[in-house]
Ligand binder design. Structure first.
Ligand SMILES: NC(=O)c1ccc[n+]([C@@H]2O[C@H](COP(=O)([O-])OP(=O)(O)OC[C@H]3O[C@@H](n4cnc5c(N)ncnc54)[C@H](OP(=O)(O)O)[C@@H]3O)[C@@H](O)[C@H]2O)c1
Length: 286
């Protein structure tokens, strides 16, 4: 198998590239010579971002809360490109009140966990055929306080702390997913890693009303820039240093031990089985 020589000339697909960390990462990756595909949900925003890039980039549209959109996106990507070398699951959100997706799944769970799970799963053969290849998922230090509520994944029994608890659960799910995926990818030349970008001044949480926007704006005085928040993501995509590493959680380019709950392998396998069930209904719809 070829050695990893960086992202220049490689096909890199990134979700959530219309704002914040994903936008900063996309700009940097395009500058570095990646053949970039940016995924957005708004045609106007995605086009606007694409046109402002320093190099030509491809675009795809998908509302990642919708499983049929995610499946359609995966099939479109697999058909369009002979190889995909880096898949970056970066899009994410938090919802202050409990809402359901078109598939009847709690919305934060649908966007932050099930979308990366489904997109990566459907693209797995393509990534293996493109090896060496990488899957990178944006997690968060918000996972440290979380446990996966296996008896209430839909948040019906409670949705406290204005969505912050649910958000932490989904970011814990990102790490458990990454570790279970890495085990399945062992020996294939495809790695799976995740990272925490730090507290970054982005559009995050601006969808939850004026009070939350005001609080976030004050918080941004102490936050990192999106470029700094994107640094570990770009490094994970590009660097030959991480070629042999899979299933790891990074902060500021360093591998860090995630919480005990994130290192619970039986929870990771249980989550994998449940996630398969949660996306199975939409499989027949495409
Ligand atoms: N900011 C932080 O301090 C921080 C800390 C730790 C982890 N993170 C993680 O970093 C990632 C990026 O967040 P950010 O801080 O850069 O926030 P952001 O500026 O709000 O960017 C979020 C991105 O995700 C996209 N997105 C959200 N829901 C989507 C959906 N249903 N379908 C398709 N795309 C969707 C947004 O698209 P639109 O432009 O269409 O809204 C946007 O491009 C997230 O996974 C977040 O959990 C952020």
């Amino acid at each position: 198998m070829q050695q990893w020589s960086g992202v220049a000339g490689k096909r890199v697909v990134i979700t959530g590239a219309t704002s914040g960390i994903g936008l900063a990462a996309a700009r940097r990756l395009a500058q570095m010579g990646a053949q970039l595909t940016i995924v957005g949900r708004s045609s106007a925003r995605t086009q606007h971002v694409a046109e402002a890039m320093s190099a030509p980039v491809d675009t795809c549209l998908a509302d990642l809360s919708s499983q049929s959109d995610v499946r359609h996106l995966a099939h479109q990507l697999a058909e369009r490109y002979p190889a995909i070398h880096v898949l970056i699951n970066n899009a994410g959100a938090m919802y202050a009140s409990r809402q359901l997706s078109a598939d009847g799944v709690e919305l934060t769970w649908a966007v932050n966990h099930l979308a990366p799970f489904l997109l990566s799963s459907v693209l797995l053969d393509k990534l293996k055929d493109s090896a060496p290849a990488r899957i990178i998922t944006t997690s968060s230090a918000a996972h440290y306080r979380a446990q996966i509520p296996f008896d209430d994944l839909s948040g019906e029994q409670g949705y406290p702390m204005m969505g912050f608890r649910r958000y932490g659960e989904t970011k814990l799910a990102n790490i458990l997913f990454t570790r279970a995926l890495a085990r399945r990818l062992s020996g294939t030349g495809v790695t799976a890693n995740c990272f925490h970008p730090g507290f970054v001044g982005t559009g995050f949480n601006h969808n939850n009303g004026w009070l939350m926007r005001a609080i976030m704006s004050v918080g941004h005085m102490f936050a990192r820039s999106p470029e700094r928040g994107a640094d570990t993501l770009v490094w994970l995509a590009d660097s030959p240093e991480v070629s042999g590493i899979s299933g790891a959680y990074f902060v500021d380019r360093r591998e860090v031990r995630p919480s005990p709950a994130a290192r619970d392998e039986s929870a990771a396998e249980r989550l994998w089985r449940i996630s398969e069930e949660q996306v199975s209904a939409s499989a027949t719809a495409v």
